[in-house]
Ligand binder design. Structure first.
Ligand code: ARG
Length: 473
């Protein structure tokens, strides 16, 4: 196989070494970005009179054909080439002849791959953001409909205080909103163009790096050519943000699995997102939720792997960095499919509202409110806490709950209890009285929902997505 760098060599590459070194098996997915980068490069070379206009036009024509043929599936990416860059260049030379050999003027594969990876990652950051937005839309719809769907709130997985489904989902809204903010933040920091850095020290040609950067919708060119070819921080940041997305999805899945269990029966996962057992006919398992939870591990793995790969690499480019691709691609694909499936599962999941409310009724979730009631009657909180503790103990012995006790029973524990206690510890009152911003009380929730609506209707990434003049080139 002809290599781009064959000139200096006399001997053949060992077959296994060639295979070991080659990246085309996985970097073929960068074909669109590779063509986009070459297109910008060639435009700029002609503008700087490094290529003639005729040379530019025939190279661009060749690149255009390659793009169309790959898209149409007519041109198959040949796995015998070393990498996608070699493949595109070789096909170009076959198509347009000698002039194709001028494409790589003033460029190295080091700045080329740095650019391709950045363009590709930038697109995936944006795709991930769109999927997160879709998920937030589904979460918000559930919130809007469930301001009065009562359920127990937990600490230590023990019933703690009553809350609502809207409030519980609202916690996940915050998490996935922060995930979107991380996407925007990464996008902004990574959006600088490394093309023109050459192998490591720039080039002797008068390249216009501002021009190529703006053609591809970057905020500007990078400022140090060594860093440009060696930097994979943006990928590490993306993998870290993806790991956080998975951590959030995994926590949500864990709750859904618990809610879907026989003991809880708070929710019913739709048949479309459940599977059965080969032996137990009664089973309907939450496999999709379990798989999303399970796949979190491989995304964390990609982050750890790349951090470790990068930690010992001296400046500038070293082949170790080719290891940035496979695991990153896998992580990006994994998160994308998890987001799509999870959103579908959430959209179709049914709630058993009576069971949720019944569960919130028992387990003394209103004990804090009973203590607050006593405080309202002038009892210091510490004493109120002790009185209600005794009351709970009494209920446990009698296998009953606070609101079921008779007034005499209540008053035998504290004279401060009156008829109005029953209303004060009802689920509705317990929730409605939680009126601080961020709490489940309906007025506080309505305000937050309004904030979320405005947020989702606003510009994605504050409208900073790139406008690449090459998008349809
Ligand atoms: N396949 C390589 C990578 O992914 C492309 C860059 C090759 N550059 C080099 N000097 N060998 O990193």
């Amino acid at each position: 196989m002809a290599q781009l760098w064959g000139g200096r060599f006399v001997g053949e590459t060992d077959k296994l070494a060639y295979k070991f070194n080659a990246s085309i098996g996985f970097d073929k997915r960068l074909v669109e970005e590779d063509i986009q980068g070459s297109t910008a490069h060639v435009f700029m070379l002609a503008k700087q009179q490094i290529l003639t206009e005729e040379e530019r036009d025939s190279i661009l024509q060749g690149l255009r054909e390659i793009r169309e043929e790959v898209k149409a599936g007519v041109l198959e990416i040949d796995d015998t080439y070393e990498d996608i860059h070699s493949f595109v260049e070789a096909v170009l030379i076959k198509k347009v002849g000698e002039v194709g050999k001028k494409l790589h003027t003033g460029r190295s594969r080091n700045d080329q791959v740095a650019l391709d990876m950045r363009l590709y990652t930038r697109r995936r950051v944006r795709d991930t953001d769109a999927l997160l937005k879709e998920l937030l839309t589904v979460i918000l719809a559930v919130m809007e409909e469930n301001l009065e769907t009562y359920m127990p709130g937990f600490t230590h997985l023990q019933k703690a205080q009553p809350t609502t489904l809207a409030h519980h989902y609202g916690a996940y809204f915050e998490m996935f909103k922060r995930d979107r903010q991380r996407m925007a933040d990464i996008y902004q920091r990574m959006n600088y163009c490394p093309l023109g850095a050459g192998a490591l020290a720039g080039t002797t040609y008068p390249l216009d790096r501002e021009c190529t950067a703006s053609m591809m919708g970057f905020a500007g060119p990078t400022l140090n050519s060594m860093d440009s070819v060696s930097d994979r921080d943006y990928l590490i940041e993306f993998l870290s943000a993806l790991s956080t997305v998975m951590m959030h999805l995994s926590r949500f899945c864990e709750e859904i699995i618990i809610w879907n269990s026989n003991e809880y029966q708070f929710v019913e996962i739709d048949d479309a997102y459940s599977t059965g057992s080969s032996i137990m006919p009664q089973k309907k398992n939450p496999d999709i939720a379990e798989l999303v939870r399970g796949k979190t591990g491989r995304v964390y793995g990609a982050l750890l792997s790349l951090l470790t790969t990068m930690k010992g690499i001296p400046l500038a480019y070293n082949k170790d960095m080719q290891e940035d691709k496979e695991l990153s691609f896998d992580a990006m694909d994994t998160v994308e499919s998890c987001l799509v499936l999870f959103t579908g599962m959430l959209r179709t999941m049914k709630f058993r509202k009576e069971r949720m409310a019944a569960s919130a009724m028992n387990g003394f979730t209103n004990a804090t409110d009973a203590a607050d009631y006593l405080v309202g009657k002038g009892v210091p909180f510490r004493d109120a806490h002790g009185i209600v503790g005794k009351l709970v103990l009494y209920c446990v012995e009698k296998d009953t709950s606070i609101e079921k006790l008779s007034l005499e029973e209540l008053q035998s524990v504290s004279e401060y209890f009156g008829e109005d206690l029953y209303k004060a510890v009802s689920l509705k009152t317990c929730v409605e009285k939680r009126l601080t911003l961020g709490a489940p009380g309906p007025d506080a929730m309505k305000h937050v929902i309004e904030v979320h609506r405005t947020y989702l209707a606003g510009d994605d990434f504050g409208g900073m997505f790139e406008k690449s003049v090459l998008q349809n080139e």
